[in-house]
Design a protein around this ligand. Structure first.
Ligand SMILES: [Ca+2]
Ligand SMILES: [Ca+2]
Ligand SMILES: [Ca+2]
Length: 490
């Protein structure tokens, strides 16, 4: 039903265009837009305005180099064909050889969605008849290097912007919607006699759209260089005024491509194309949730579950104590966003949203009746009570010992064994807790080199060390516990 409504509306606009078409005030932007869409150049002429050189969100499609590797539609492909064939080879000299196209879109402060389109061609052959196809979904495999058969992935409501320039004067801009058996009947087709097809053609009037082709050499600030007369065309379209975005309905177009027609006839053969690029033309709103924790910083993360009553995606996520998350491309509808249960020491402080329009806040829940194109930002604030950490300590030490060998005859040899006994062995008679043997070479002080054994058991630890003696010296020992230390934890 939607497409039928659009088709009827289009008839009225077509009549209107006949009246207004010749009276378009040159170089005035569309009402509500700052884009210089009909001055036939790419640079800003009036400070504060936008043009291709500075428009935000500009997307660029670049064709393959002209010549034998350029690809185009072949075998009589026409606009209504969803099944197309891609061939390679030079574009015939009497057909438009596209080189690049530009796209940008924005939502004006009055809520209207504006679409800006630009094209460039290699040679000025006079007429320029081309179309921009703008689809909701991408076609798999439709890339700059595609060749052979291709099935264009068209969805009901997809857009075809027609751009017909007769070689001088103002281009004629038009719009068709893709119609399927789910949204219309064969009588809704503009040219074809079977579904699916492009629906009734709407000629866009001067309050809805404007465009121009360069009538003199202009600079090309994006690609560099200049473009001589007739090599550049642009258009600015108020898609909302053109009926693309019916009130209260969220729609999003994600891909666009440009193609040249052989003549001004809608059913003329398609020739050159520039492969699709990703775009983001949408009237869909968004909900942004900010999470604020008072008295930051706080280590760790806290989880919040957001319950939803409709297609809020994702349905849940984890935020840091301070963080934000934006849900985009939401249709009109009511969304419920709820902070999950707070457990001690966390406590809920407040929930606010930046607009009261359509928003009802109950406790920790925001119920948002989101209108198409409406953006709402909500902020949760919570707080926490500082925790009192508990403390426990343990001590250990790494023991070492010295053995001073003196008064030995000659240069004593042999070895010294150091033994350390745990507190449970007060007579140094069992197995040592730690032992080390060092080689003796003369009268000197010998030391252990322990760095790994830790004494931790509470009580008194005892050393007992002994020298082996040699051919000139008798053995010698230190008595058990002459050297000792005590670990006390209380
Ligand atoms: Ca311009
Ligand atoms: Ca300009
Ligand atoms: Ca091409």
């Amino acid at each position: 039903m939607k497409s039928i409504t659009r088709a009827r509306w289009g008839v009225g606009v077509a009549c209107l265009a006949l009246v207004l078409g010749g009276t378009t005030a040159a170089q005035a932007n569309l009402s509500g837009s700052a884009f210089e869409g009909n001055d036939g150049n790419l640079v800003v002429n009036t400070p504060g305005n936008l043009d291709w050189a500075n428009v935000p969100g500009r997307h660029t499609g670049i064709d393959r180099p002209t010549g034998q590797t350029d690809n185009s539609f072949g075998q009589g492909t026409k606009e209504d064909n969803a099944a197309v064939t891609v061939v390679t080879g030079a574009i015939p000299p009497n057909k438009n050889d596209l080189t690049r196209f530009y796209e940008a879109s924005e939502q004006a402060s009055n809520g209207d969605i504006f679409l800006y389109l630009g094209w460039e061609r290699l040679v000025n052959i006079g007429n320029a008849n081309l179309d921009f196809e703008i689809n909701q979904s991408a076609t798999t495999g439709f890339t700059g290097t595609a060749s052979g058969p291709l099935a264009l992935n068209r969805t009901a409501g997809d857009l075809l912007v027609t751009y017909d320039f007769g070689g001088s004067g103002t281009p004629t801009l038009g719009l068709n919607f893709w119609v399927t058996s789910a949204t219309g009947s064969a009588s809704d087709c503009f040219s074809a006699n079977a579904l699916p097809c492009w629906g009734k053609h709407v000629t866009l009037g001067s309050t809805t759209a404007e465009g121009a082709v360069n009538a003199a050499t202009v600079s090309e600030p994006i690609a560099g260089g200049t473009l001589t007369t007739g090599l550049f065309g642009e258009a600015s379209i108020n898609l909302t005024a053109a009926g693309v975005f019916p009130a209260g309905v969220c729609e999003a177009f994600g891909t666009a491509f440009a193609k040249s027609r052989s003549s001004s006839s809608f059913t003329a053969e398609l020739k050159d194309f520039i492969a699709p690029i990703a775009v983001n033309i949408s009237n869909c709103g968004s909900i942004t949730i900010n999470k604020v924790t008072q008295n930051e910083p706080v280590p760790g993360t806290q989880s919040f579950a957001y319950t939803t009553s409709s297609n809020l995606t994702p349905s849940s996520f984890t935020l840091n104590n301070a963080g934000s998350r934006t849900y985009t491309k939401l249709g009109s509808g009511t969304y419920s966003v709820t902070e999950g249960a707070q457990s001690a020491p966390w406590s809920f402080v407040s929930l606010t949203c930046d607009t009261a329009s359509g928003v009802t806040i109950t406790g920790q829940q925001a119920s948002i009746a989101l209108g198409a194109g409406q953006n709402v930002t909500c902020t949760y604030t919570n707080s926490f009570t500082k925790a009192q950490p508990t403390v426990a300590t343990t001590q250990d030490l790494i023991p070492n010992d010295n053995f001073i060998l003196s008064a030995g005859l000659g240069t004593p040899t042999g070895s010294i064994t150091f033994n350390l006994y745990a507190p449970s062995d007060s007579t140094c008679s069992g197995t040592p807790a730690y032992t080390q043997t060092v080689t003796v070479n003369g009268n000197a002080t010998y030391s252990t080199t322990n760095s790994a054994f830790h004494a931790t058991t509470e009580g008194t630890w005892r050393w007992a060390s002994s020298y082996t003696g040699d051919a000139y010296n008798l053995p010698a020992s230190s008595a058990c516990g002459v050297e000792r230390f005590t670990i006390a934890n209380s």
